[in-house]
Design a binder for this molecule. Structure first.
Ligand code: ADQ
Length: 464
């Protein structure tokens, strides 16, 4: 079988007992590379004074990890600038937060071209290349320009925005043209896929044919939805194992029979944390019987803290969490426990297992793996209830959840009351349907579906 070359912004070797970044995706990619042999290529996470002239390569078994450092300028323009201050907000429908400059866009292209040129010497004929996410949309085009003839696949982990939003991006057409260089383009949901197809038809004057075939910019490619998932069995196992861990015991004891609502999100404005806390406040204000009887555990490790939008949002979340505690707390009860830190996966899955309600209310999210992890972590005999935003990609699959509109603060508060009081037979019925689905559509199924399609896709470079 041909080697698999994975390209992603960060390269995450799996270590036992690691935290979030080393979770499911890393395991899935490594699984595929272990079977076929492969290379994982990306940024080292370090900034240095000068460009790396070549990638640093570490070999373990059949997998090589190849990383490049970035200069501070590259980091500012490519990563903080264009990727995280333009593409991230825009693709999450936050036009108000995009901060476009030609300098940052040039930096984004410069880094993509540099990554392509450093990857090229590591490639062998017949390799299959799988590029991940918005950091690397033009990478395929730069690889082709440099002479790569390998099969190229791309998967977007975040939403694809509606045409009219994308059209606000200067040079949007060049970005989509570059994307169409890939032989297979994967999106999280049909909503994203349809938004892309609408752009192809109406803005690019291209054609959308049967079987996901796209003709645009004088090229043919395939575009399909591949909803990402979790290693369902592994999460269930971790959660079962964590049941008797010291952390789970301490959490259980500290609750003293109160019901537990849990949220787990990177501290990001897409996750709807202020709205979520306001909804919880509505629950406490509107349903006084829950005062003293329920606790919200919000785990929110900081991310991208060097961007001002993130700093501002963090202050808002802290203010409202503090306000709720100030308004409702008793000398022996705090309504909100707000934690800015990561946890080991097993500990986190143990916390999810103990939760009566999983509260996942992003304003927009490609998929949201926490929603799926919550379901997989539940005890089958007494499962908790998932309250899930309709704007998370996961809502398309997890229809046993109570689906909410996160902008409707009072509606989410009312739904929380419903979730907390739901009887066991209904909880079980809802959970069983979701768990059954996640057992079939797990991370391996996602990876295999993408790889099978990529292996079968015609390679534009081979036809040229
Ligand atoms: P994220 O925006 O990071 O991912 P999500 O899908 O929820 O969001 O994945 C986060 C992962 O990190 C989960 O596995 C979670 O358990 C873990 N995690 C979060 N907080 C943690 C903590 N404090 N300690 C330890 N682990 C923690 C992006 C897109 C999503 C898409 C994924 C995958 O934004 O929409 O679902 O990629 O494609």
């Amino acid at each position: 079988m041909n080697r698999l070359v994975v390209v992603s912004n960060r390269v995450a070797p799996v270590r036992r007992g690691g935290t979030g970044a080393e979770g499911g995706l890393a395991v899935a990619m490594q699984g595929a590379m272990k079977d076929r042999g492969g290379v994982w290529f990306g940024w080292s996470g370090n900034t240095v004074a000068h460009d790396s002239s070549q990638a640093k390569v570490i070999e373990t078994g059949r997998i090589s990890y190849a990383t490049l450092d970035l200069t501070q300028r590259d980091y500012n323009e490519y990563y903080t600038g264009f990727a995280n201050s333009v593409l991230w907000p825009l693709f999450h429908y936050r036009l108000d937060l995009t901060d476009f400059s030609r300098r940052d866009m040039a930096g984004y292209h410069r880094v993509n071209a540099m990554f392509a040129s450093r990857l090229l010497p590591l490639l062998k004929d017949g390799d299959v290349i799988w590029v991940h996410d918005y950091h690397f949309i033009p990478l395929g085009a730069y690889l082709r320009q440099a002479g790569s003839r390998q099969k190229l696949g791309f998967f977007l982990h975040i939403p694809w925005p509606p045409m009219e939003l994308l059209a606000t991006l200067p040079n949007h057409e060049a970005l989509v043209r570059d994307l169409c260089t890939y032989d297979l383009i994967g999106f999280q949901t049909r909503t994203d896929l349809h938004a892309f197809e609408a752009y192809i038809r109406e803005e690019a004057g291209g054609e959308v044919l049967s079987g996901g075939r796209i003709k645009a910019f004088g090229r043919s490619t395939l575009a399909k939805a591949f909803p990402i998932s979790i290693d369902t069995e592994e999460v269930a196992k971790l959660a079962r194992r964590a049941e008797h861990s010291p952390q789970s015991r301490r959490l259980r004891e500290s609750l003293s029979d109160r019901q537990l609502i849990t949220g787990v999100d990177r501290l990001d404005y897409t996750k709807g944390l202020t709205e979520r806390l306001e909804a919880y406040q509505h629950l406490l204000a509107g349903y006084p019987a829950y005062r003293g009887q329920v606790t919200l555990l919000q785990i929110a490790p900081p991310s991208r803290g060097d961007l001002s939008d993130y700093q501002q949002m963090r202050q808002q979340v802290e203010a409202i969490a503090g306000h709720i505690n100030g308004r409702f707390a008793e000398f022996d009860w705090s309504p909100v426990r707000y934690l800015n830190r990561g946890f080991k996966r097993q500990t986190l899955m143990g916390f999810l297992r103990l939760s009566d309600v999983g509260l996942v209310t992003p304003l927009r999210d490609g998929m949201n793996l926490v929603a799926k992890e919550f379901v997989a972590a539940q005890p089958p005999e007494d499962p908790g209830v998932l309250v899930l935003s309709r704007f998370a990609g996961a809502a398309r699959e997890l229809d046993g959840a109570l689906i909410v509109n996160p902008y409707d603060i009072e509606g989410v508060g009312d739904t929380l009351a419903r979730a907390l009081s739901m009887a066991l037979p209904e909880r079980r019925e809802r959970w069983e349907a979701m768990f059954e689905r996640l057992s079939r559509h797990d991370l391996a199924a996602w990876r295999n579906a993408f790889m099978t399609n990529l292996d079968a896709a015609p390679c534009a470079a081979a036809a040229a």
